[in-house]
Write a protein that binds this ligand. Structure first.
Ligand SMILES: C[S@@+](CC[C@H](N)C(=O)[O-])C[C@H]1O[C@@H](n2cnc3c(N)ncnc32)[C@H](O)[C@@H]1O
Length: 265
């Protein structure tokens, strides 16, 4: 395989391409990461380095695959569950909880771990709900729709919930667990780019946008959170990741005391 010697111009061109299409901000420290992703795409397309760069710049399909490869999709069930738990407890105290359908949008859902984590807890309380789960990457959305996970990813799922809502894999899925239909039927997976797409024409009781703004700069984060603001019902919730903050961003969200990373409209 060719050595990948990215010139400053090539690095900047790719950085701009990734930024304008996904909002992902590749600073200079990400050079090695970028090289490894290019190497992966070169292997899969069977192209030399120079040919690959030409191909990438002239082929829309490859551009989508390249951006998909640039995403970081780390996620697991019951990750940073404090803000989700708080929201669910509030729903459970809602005066119309027996008749209301709670509407949730997981706006960077990765492999589905996050929306299913919400669904498991709402189902466990017998509440009605529907979840829209979106991501930029079609690769993770395919995994999410299958709902099959390695045991490590679900190690934090409380045992009674695990027994009730997962089934054991057999054959090539030995060592995996599959989320049951009674949970997955409440979740709709769709491709959605937080930076370039218009938000859906509906509104939600909660929007989760967790652990994706860490890849964005201030300008992009500000645009994204204000775009999402329009889709939240009055008094609805907005959750971000524990490593993220709205501190330096202009916005209208109100923070919730004692629950970090959680806001209301
Ligand atoms: C680290 S995962 C976070 C998953 C989950 N929210 C969590 O907290 O565990 C970040 C996800 O954001 C997605 N992403 C990155 N840029 C995006 C964009 N512009 N629009 C939508 N999703 C994006 C990635 O594909 C990835 O799946």
């Amino acid at each position: 395989m060719d050595t990948i010697n990215l010139s400053k111009k090539e690095f900047n061109d790719l950085k701009n391409l990734v930024y304008s299409t996904s909002g992902i901000n590749l600073h200079e420290g990400k050079l090695e990461l970028l090289k490894s992703k290019i190497a992966k795409r070169m292997r899969l397309t069977n192209k030399s380095y120079k040919d690959y760069l030409k191909y990438l710049n002239s082929n829309q399909k490859e551009m989508i695959e390249f951006i998909d490869t640039m995403t970081t999709n780390h996620s697991f069930f019951f990750r940073e569950n404090k803000n989700i738990e708080y929201i669910i407890n509030q729903f459970n105290r809602h005066p119309q909880k027996r008749t209301k359908e709670f509407k949730i949008w997981c706006a960077a859902c990765s492999t589905g771990d996050e929306p299913y984590t919400v669904a498991l807890q709402l189902k466990n309380l017998g509440l009605s709900f529907s979840i829209l789960a979106t991501d930029l990457s079609h690769t993770v959305l395919d995994i999410a729709a299958k709902g099959i996970y390695k045991k490590e990813k679900i190690s934090r799922v409380p045992i009674p919930i695990l027994h009730q809502f997962f089934q054991k894999g057999t054959g090539k899925y030995t060592g995996h667990l599959k989320i049951k239909k009674e949970i997955s039927q409440h979740v709709t997976f769709k491709k959605f780019n937080l930076v370039t797409d218009m938000p859906p024409p509906t509104t939600f009781d909660v929007v989760l946008c967790r652990n994706v703004m860490i890849y964005f700069d201030i300008e992009t984060s500000e645009k994204v959170i204000n775009k999402l603001y329009q889709t939240i019902n009055p008094n609805g919730f907005f959750a971000i990741g524990n490593a993220e903050s709205l501190l330096n961003l202009r916005h209208k969200y109100k923070s919730i005391k004692k629950i970090p990373s959680l806001y209301t409209k």
